[in-house]
Ligand binder design. Structure first.
Ligand code: ZN
Length: 142
């Protein structure tokens, strides 16, 4: 096990406008603010959602598409650096009209109905994602 100690930096609270792509908006925001490491959370609702399930056998994400309104019960994620740019990795739990929950790795194509986010920046050395041969994933290079 390995970890890096960070100090707290800036904290942002904000809203993503109706119709925007969740992952694109969060990524755009952290790049615009120059946030290279930190954590994020979001609640709200989406008009449609796309989440991924990582199939460890094929080494690929399988998309799961929900083409309907869903509550965002919880979206949690982190910010680090990949290919020299701030990169958002987020997982989302969605609720349907019967209170059932679904979720996965947040993918592009998840469209906001209403969304409130909190982003906390960390200060310290950059944390970079590099290709990991064992898993096939871009993991933190610690
Ligand atoms: Zn993931």
């Amino acid at each position: 096990m390995a970890g890096i100690e960070y100090k707290r930096g800036r904290t942002f609270m904000g809203r993503i406008p109706y119709g925007e792509d969740v992952l694109d908006s969060l990524t755009g925001f952290v790049r615009e603010k120059g946030i290279k490491k930190g954590r994020l959370q979001m609640i709200g609702a989406v008009q449609r959602a796309v989440v991924g399930f990582y199939d460890s056998r094929s080494g690929k994400y399988v998309d799961i598409v929900y083409d309907k309104s869903m509550e965002v019960l919880s979206l949690t994620g982190n910010i680090s650096v990949k290919d020299g740019e701030p990169f958002v990795h987020a997982h989302v739990t969605l609720g349907d009209e019967q209170g059932r929950s679904f979720g996965g790795h947040l993918m592009g194509g998840t469209v906001v109905f209403a969304a409130e986010f909190i982003i906390e920046e960390f200060q310290g050395e950059d944390l970079e994602r590099k290709h990991d041969q064992t898993t096939g994933l871009a993991l933190w290079d610690i």
